[in-house]
Every structure is written in C-alpha cells, then in structure tokens.
Ligand binder design. Structure first.
Ligand code: SF4
Length: 519
C-alpha cells in the first residue's frame, strides 16, 4: 500500500535518478518509502495538536477514541487541520513577498473589486467578506471548533483567507519578469549556481550586478528554483525537485530561508557541491563574491566531462493576456473550446507529472487553451517534449493568430493577470459560468492549497487531484463541496478517492463542454 511504482513520467528524469542511485541516494522517494504505511489518522486529518492536552487522534473507523481530550469530534478536528493548512499557506506567501520587497508588507491590497464578476462581488459583499483587508489575517479563526453552530463563520473566514492570499499575489504583479531578459543570458560554458529559498530583493540585485559587471572569468549562470515570484534569473528545469538539480552537476548551491527541502545541504556536501547560506553576517557582497569564486573553482575541478545535464532555459513564450479580442474570436468560432489553467507541483505520492501530462494531452486534443503554472511551468520544455512523444504532435498554434494553445504562467505575479484576462473575455459572466477549469493535478505545499482556496473564493471551478487531509470527516467535506458555491460561486471538484487521470480529464471535458463564454 502506498508504494511508489513509477517515479516520474518524464523519460529525461531517469538518468538523474540513476546518477543519484549510483551515489547511494534514493532522494525523496527513498525517504517516502521509509514512512509508509502512512498513519491513517494523520492522512485523513484526524489528529490534532492544537493544544498541549494533546496530541489527540480520532479513530477513522468509528471505534474509540471518537473525541479529543477537549471533546472535539472528527468534524471539528478535520476543519481545524484544513483551516490551519490554509492559514499556513497564506502566511508562507506573505513571508515570501515581504522578503522580496519589504515595502509591500506595509501596503494595503490594490483594489480587488474590479477582479470579481458582478454576482460574485455582490454575494461576497452580502456575506460581509468584501471588502477584504490585509489586517484581517490576524482575526480569522476556525470558530467551528468552539461550537458547530459557527460553521458558516468559519467558511467565510476560509474564503476571506483565499481573498487575502489573492490580494498578496496581486501585489506581486509588478514583479512579473519580462520575456527574453534573464533567459537570453544562459551560457552552457558557464558554471551553474542554484538559489533555493527566498532571497531578498537587494541580494538579487547584488548577484545580478556581479554577473553583469563582474571581472572577466566570473561568469556564471544563476538559477532559481521553481516558478514563484522572483524576477531576474531563470527557473531551473529541475524535473520537479531541487534534489534532481543537484544531480545535474551544479557548481554551487545557495540556501536562503524558506527553502523547502532540508535534505539539500547534506546531499550537496556529499556530492562535493559548495554550499553557502544566503543570509550570513558577512553581507551580500561577500556572499556573492564567495559564491562565484566557489562555483568557478568547482567547475574547474570538475572539468567539462558531464556538464550537459542542465538543459538550456526555455525560450520565453509571449504572454497572450493582451490578446483578448483574438481569443474571444477563436472561442466564438470554435477554434478554442475552453480554457484549462493547471497549477502543478509534484508530490512524492504521485508519479511526477503523470497526471499533469494526462490533463494537458486531453486538453490539447479537445482544443482547450492551456495555461501551465507552478513548478510544472519551469519544466515546460521537458513536458512539451514528453507530450510530443505521446501525441506525435507539432506545436499547436491557432491558425493565423500566432497564439499557442500551450502557455505558461512565468510567476505567481501573473495570477491576477490571468483572472483579469478571463474576466475580460466576457465581463457579463461569472467565472463558474465560463468553460474554464483551474486544476491542481499534483500539489504538495500549503501555499499551493491556499492558491486553490483563492480561486474558489473568486468563484472559479477548481479540480483537485491530491488527497488532502479533509476526507476524515465525510460530512464536513460534503459541506465544503456544497457551501463554496453559496458563498463565492466557487465549485470544488474533488472526492475522497482520487479518480485516475483519464477520468479527471473526462470531468474537465464534460464541465467545459457544458459552459459557454458567449451569452
Ligand atoms: S483535540 Fe482538543 S485536547 Fe486534543 S490537542 Fe486538539 S484541542 Fe487539544
């Protein structure tokens, strides 16, 4: 049970896994295997660490214990876990943003009103959820834990958190990297340095300056992990995990606070890759200088024997957000049948990118415009290559319009842009009336779940494919499925047993075909 059958759907990942295996490392899959069988209490959200009377756990099969020490039952405990995961996700995003630009922390959200379709705005206002303010994050709570009569209050606070999260992302709009800047600087001859975590903006500028103006010979490619919100340097196509990037012959690793895999330091040291902490007392100039020196030194020692595993960064794809008229036209003539936005980051419990590829393949066959974001966005070339193999397809463009069916979201700062784009396609329609689905075929971080809550809170239809710990309370999950449409219009497509990829693709197809953009 819960064993891993296939690690990744990307054929190009196999040599990296084998290279790690040859060095005695089984990476995150090996550590996952050591965890199984997973605790059924925890996996279903039936354990609680809210106070020090506990931790408590509820028997998932109806036997004792059915209540925590305080008397909380499975519904209350599951909601608490869901609530805390959402809050953690929103706070993680807030921390990332303030590390990027401290001044953003002091600013109130930009105006959100124009982002909502008419009915959604009205409903959220009637529920007292709009207007939403950043400071409200200090007041949200799972009131349902106190008394079950407060369920609606808690659901409103969940929605409020989703909108606060969206407001934070909207503030990042000015940090969307422009096409063709960092990407064009990639040079396969240079040493490669990977930054993980959350570097402050002044550190990014210092690195950039060093690279642009550095002495001859101090030439490196600087990579960031994932498609988050940082401009300036390209995201590395790490096949879904920075552990794999280490197997790609990096020359140095810089770890900042907020990095997600504590394994990286040990692994890098074992493989003799220099590691630096980004926030040392010695200051950024010293860190930048040291990183370049160590990386170049490492590259010299290593030689050029096997330095080709880091794929060139993907060519910048042109954003289509300013092509509303063309897309409206294509939708009305049936050249485009609908829109699928995918936000994906691998989860060790699922074959990396398998479900994402299945949804992409089906969507392209059905002539759905696809937007790909999250960690998957950084792997677009790899995914595209794999799709090409599966579908024997050529790049799919709209005839005459020069618009690709396959698009990426280059950073989380583009979330508000895609919302505005969809809204402009027909300002008269609610999001859940449009042939649009936002899918999370694989996810692992609470901030990504917070993004799903944001889309639900904006009134979108959201499909989930990773089992989240709220199915331990069937009645509560039922409420979530039924109540979100009432509060914001958001529709959650999720079930306790995640169906296979083809079934989920069929769910998207049926949903999209039941909607129209036009009146
Ligand atoms: S169930 Fe109640 S007593 Fe147990 S840890 Fe949670 S809050 Fe504390």
């Amino acid at each position: 049970m819960n064993r891993i059958h296939k690690k990744s759907a990307l054929g190009q990942t196999t040599p990296l896994i084998l290279a790690a295996h040859d060095r005695g490392e089984s990476l995150l899959w090996g550590r996952y295997e050591e965890q199984v069988p997973l605790c059924a209490f925890t996996a279903n959200g039936l354990n609680c660490r809210k106070c020090f009377h506990g931790p408590c756990r509820i028997n998932p099969f109806g036997d004792q214990p059915t209540r925590g020490v305080c008397g909380a039952d499975r519904d209350q405990i599951v909601m608490e876990n869901l609530f805390q995961a959402t809050l953690e996700g929103v706070l993680e995003r807030a921390r990332t943003i303030s590390s990027l630009d401290e001044s953003l922390s002091d600013q109130e959200f930009p105006d959100l009103d124009s982002d909502f379709p008419h009915q959604t705005r009205k409903t959220l206002t009637n529920h007292g959820i709009l207007p939403v303010r950043k400071i409200q994050i200090l007041a949200v709570q799972n009131s349902y834990f106190s008394h079950k009569g407060y369920l609606t209050k808690t659901l409103k606070d969940l929605t409020r958190m989703g909108l606060i999260h969206y407001g934070l992302l909207k503030g990042l709009g000015k940090y969307v990297p422009s096409s063709g800047t960092a990407e064009s600087r990639y040079d396969p001859e240079r040493a490669n340095v990977l930054i993980v975590g959350q570097p402050p903006a002044n550190h990014i500028s210092a690195f950039r300056k060093r690279i642009q103006e550095g002495e001859q010979g101090q030439k490196i490619n600087l990579w960031l992990q994932g498609v988050r919100n940082l401009p300036a340097f390209p995201s590395i196509a790490d096949h879904g995990s920075p552990e794999m990037a280490l197997a790609m012959n990096l020359d140095a690793l810089i770890i900042y606070p907020g990095a997600h895999l504590p394994s990286l330091e040990d692994l890098a040291k074992k493989w003799e890759i220099p590691v630096l902490l980004g926030e040392e007392d010695k200051g950024i100039e010293w860190i930048a200088g040291q990183a370049l020196e160590l990386a170049l030194d490492h590259q010299k020692k290593k030689g050029r024997l096997d330095s080709s595993r880091i794929p060139p960064s993907q060519p910048p794809r042109v954003s289509i957000f300013d092509r509303v008229r063309d897309i409206q036209e294509a939708l009305s003539t049936g050249q485009i049948e609908g829109i699928l936005a995918i936000w994906a980051e691998p989860n060790v419990k699922q074959t990396f990118f398998e479900r994402t590829l299945t949804l992409m393949e089906n969507a392209l066959e059905e002539k759905f415009l696809v937007f790909l974001g999250g960690e998957a966005g950084a792997q677009l070339n790899l995914l595209d290559e794999e799709l090409g193999r599966r579908m024997e397809r050529k790049p799919a463009n709209l005839p005459g319009a020069g618009i690709s069916f396959l698009n990426t979201l280059r950073s989380q700062g583009e979330i508000s842009e895609i919302v505005a784009f969809l809204r402009n396609l027909n300002p008269e329609k609610e999001f859940n009336e449009m042939p649009v689905v936002v899918s999370f075929p694989e996810l692992s971080r609470t901030s990504t779940w917070a993004l799903a809550v944001s889309f639900l809170s904006l009134g979108f239809t959201v499909q989930l494919s990773t089992q989240l710990p709220f199915w331990g309370s069937p009645s509560l999950s039922e409420v979530l499925l039924k109540e979100w449409p009432r509060i914001s219009g958001g529709i959650l497509l999720a079930s306790p047993t995640v169906p296979d990829g083809q079934t989920q693709a069929q769910e998207i197809r049926s949903y999209i075909k039941s909607r129209r953009f036009a009146k």
